[in-house]
Design a binder for this molecule. Sequence first.
Ligand code: PLP
Length: 406
Amino acid sequence: MTMTIKKSGNSGPDLAFSINAKVKAAQAKFGKENVINAVLGTLANDEGNIIALDSFYKRLETMDRGLIASYAPIEGEKAFRETVLDLLFDDSRPDAYMEVVSTPGGTGAIRNGIFSYADIGDPVICHDYFWQPYQKMCIEFDRDFRTYNFFTKNFKFDLEAYKACQDQALKDHDRMVSIINSPGNNPTGYSLSDEEWDRVLEISNEAVAKGKKITLIIDVAYIEFAGNGEQKKFFKKFSKLPENLMVLVAFSMSKAYTAYGLRSGAVVGISSSKEVIDDFKEAMATSARCNWSNGVHAPQLILVDLAKDENKGEYDKELASLKAMLKERADVFVKKAAEHKIDIIPYFGGFFAFVPTDRAFEITKKLEKENIFTIPSAKGIRIALCATNKKDVVKLVERLAFYMDK
Ligand code: PLP
């Protein structure tokens, strides 16, 4: 017997975290050096230890305890909210009304966005390579999660599929949320080009011109790993949007600041209407109060300090070294996959590599018997290059090729 209200499709443990538990058990039994861990989206050094940035954690270690212990304002520290806008948009700040409300990571931002901008039964559309929690949240809140084909044959964003999905969704609904995880999509690394963003906005505009309400939730969890600044240019396009086209950006401190467990981020609202943006701020703050109350104070204060001119160089240097480490691992992966004639989603950058196959669950089970851990999904196998060293990447590809009969 169970006492909870079960929502079909939403029971059972989270796949990534349950496989991560198997990694930990295997490491305890066989020794860390005998386990290949390509599971979670957390950066690890070549010894498999999680990386915690010096620039970030030395500030936490020396922070006044009273500050760490204290509540942050519900919507987040004012300086934090201003810093989020500066860091996120750089010099591509949209000409629009904007507000920021702190959240526990990008997860909280996405959660609040779905909850407030789609009603029960409303469609939430997303590309068909996606981060599982989007779907789980929609099931939890009774929102109607639908997917469309992500890529054309040439690995471009499938705009026709996007439009068809939007049209279908709005056939019998007046509002819709569209989640786009770009730049640096998880699991494919893909970033929509500026032209593709133009088309997404044109497609949205066609529907909003007919009175429909559309909210784009843009999940930028990996943005700092998806380019050297040029990947932020598309934000400028969210200037002077129609009033019934709202943009929410989910900002996360997890990946870019190695602050995964400190749970900090923000939801940023962008609108041409002051009324719409005031309503956004109130809705996000209310949801915060009802769910987690306040964001974690310390990471907000650290972000503000790190963004100061005199400190920025210190952080930028560390970020650059993380990007270089990822690139080296990815180069090895791409080369070895080609040698073994394994088809992959082209590596566009970021934390993961992806091997499409409809045998993902069967193959990853076999790999697990050899203490090689990856994440299977209906579309294929996700390999967390962020967590694996180059030597392990070579072995992983060899064994993958073996089980894929390559
Ligand atoms: N979005 C994507 C695509 C992710 O992969 C993650 C974390 O793995 C998140 C959002 C949210 O991360 P957090 O809530 O830790 O900021």
